[in-house]
Design a protein around this ligand. Structure first.
Ligand code: NAP
Length: 301
C-alpha cells in the first residue's frame, strides 16, 4: 500500500513533534514529503533540509496529499489552508485563533478540514463533542483550556506567591510567551471555548461579545479568601446554551471536577440532555500531545 504524503507547514515546537511522530509510529502509512518554514537559513536536521520548499508551492505540489498547518496566525495560514482545500487535500491545523475567527467561513468553504489539536492539545475533545452533539442536546461546556494560566495559578497557590514573580519564572522556563497577553488575558481560552461552542451550537460565536477576564486581577489575598471557603481559583472557559460563552476566574468548590486540575493540565466537562457531566482531562499543550492530536486527524476516516 502506498503511503500518504504529508506536507508540513511549520517546523517549530509542534511541527518538529509531528515529523518525529510520523517517523516513529506512522511511517508505514505516512511520509513527510515536504516541509515549509519561514526562515530557510535556520539550522534544521539534515533530512529536513532536503524537503524544504515554499509554503505556496507545498500546498499545490503533486507529491503532497495532506497538508498540516502549524505556523499559527491568520495570514498567510488561511490563504494556504483554502488553497490546499481547493486542491482537494485534507488539511489538519492546530490554529485555534484562525478556526475561532473564521469558523463559518471555513465550514462553508467545504473540503476536508480537521482541527482537533486546536483545543486542549492532546485531549480528543472535538471528536467526543462532535459525537455527543449528534446524540444529545449539549447544554454546557466548561473547561480549563489554558495550561499556562493554570500553571501560574497552581504555583501561586502552592508557593504562596503573587502572580508577577511566577509569570517571570514561567517565561524563563518557556511555559509562557515573552508577550503573555494571549494566555494571561484569556484570549487563548476564549478562542478554544468559541470553537467548542460553535460545534455544540452549530454556528460561529461572535468573539467581540464574549465576556473575558484573565488572571491578572488574581492576588494571593483572593486565593487565601477562596481557600478559607474551601474553594480554589481557576480560569474557567464556559459555554452554555442559555448564556453563550465567557472566560472568567471562578472560585470552584473542592468537589468540582475542574478544581483539582493542576499545572499545565487541561480539562473539559460536557453536559447534554441525556449525558450527565462527562469530564476529559489530559495534557493541553506541548509538542508531543499536540502532535498526537494532529496525527489523530491524519489517520481519521
Ligand atoms: N506549542 C504548543 O504547545 C501548541 C499547542 C496547541 C496548538 N498550538 C498551535 O500550533 C501552531 C504552531 O505552534 P508552535 O508552538 O509549533 O509554533 P512555533 O514553535 O513558533 O513554530 C512555528 C513554525 O512555523 C514557521 N512559520 C511561521 N510563519 C511561517 C510562514 N509564513 N511560512 C512558513 N512557515 C512559517 C516557523 O518557521 P521558522 O522555524 O523558520 O521560524 C516555525 O517553524 C500555532 O497555531 C499554535 O497556536 C501550539
Amino acid at each position: 500500500m502506498s503511503r500518504s504524503r504529508v506536507g508540513l507547514i511549520g517546523f517549530g515546537t509542534v511541527g518538529a513533534a509531528v515529523y518525529e511522530q510520523i517517523q516513529t509510529n506512522l511511517w508505514e502509512r505516512f511520509e513527510v514529503a515536504r516541509v515549509a518554514v519561514r526562515d530557510r537559513g535556520k539550522a534544521r536536521p539534515a533530512e529536513i533540509e532536503d524537503l524544504l520548499c515554499d509554503a505556496q508551492y507545498l500546498v499545490q505540489a503533486d507529491d503532497v496529499d495532506i497538508v498540516v498547518e502549524v505556523i499559527g496566525g491568520i495570514h498567510p495560514a488561511i490563504d494556504l489552508i483554502k488553497l490546499a482545500l481547493t486542491q482537494g487535500k485534507r488539511v489538519v491545523t492546530a490554529n485555534k485563533e484562525l478556526i475561532a475567527r473564521h469558523y463559518d467561513e471555513l465550514i462553508a468553504f467545504g473540503g476536508d478540514l480537521r482541527f482537533e489539536a486546536a483545543v486542549a492539545g492532546g485531549i480528543p475533545v472535538i471528536q467526543v463533542l462532535r459525537t455527543l452533539a449528534q446524540t444529545n442536546r449539549i447544554t454546557s461546556i466548561h473547561g480549563i483550556l489554558n495550561g499556562t494560566t493554570n500553571f501560574i495559578l497552581t504555583e501561586m497557590e502552592t508557593r504562596q506567591s503573587e502572580l508577577e514573580p511566577i509569570l517571570k519564572e514561567a517565561q524563563a522556563m518557556g511555559y509562557a510567551e515573552a508577550d503573555p497577553t494571549a494566555d494571561v488575558d484569556g484570549f487563548d481560552a476564549m478562542y478554544k471555548i468559541a470553537i467548542l461552542g460553535a460545534i455544540a451550537s452549530g454556528e460561529q460565536l461572535d468573539l467581540e461579545t464574549i465576556p473575558r477576564s484573565g488572571i491578572r486581577e488574581i492576588s494571593l489575598t483572593k486565593m487565601r479568601e477562596a481557600a478559607e471557603h474551601e474553594r480554589r481559583i481557576k480560569l474557567v472557559a464556559s459555554w452554555t446554551r442559555e448564556s453563550g460563552a465567557r472566560v472568567t476566574c471562578q472560585a470552584l468548590p473542592l468537589d468540582h471536577p475542574l478544581s483539582q486540575v493542576d499545572g499545565v493540565m487541561n480539562a473539559v466537562t460536557i453536559e447534554g440532555d441525556f449525558m450527565p457531566t462527562l469530564t476529559l482531562i489530559g495534557p493541553g499543550a506541548g509538542g508531543r500531545p499536540t502532535s498526537s492530536a494532529i496525527c489523530g486527524d491524519l489517520v481519521a476516516e
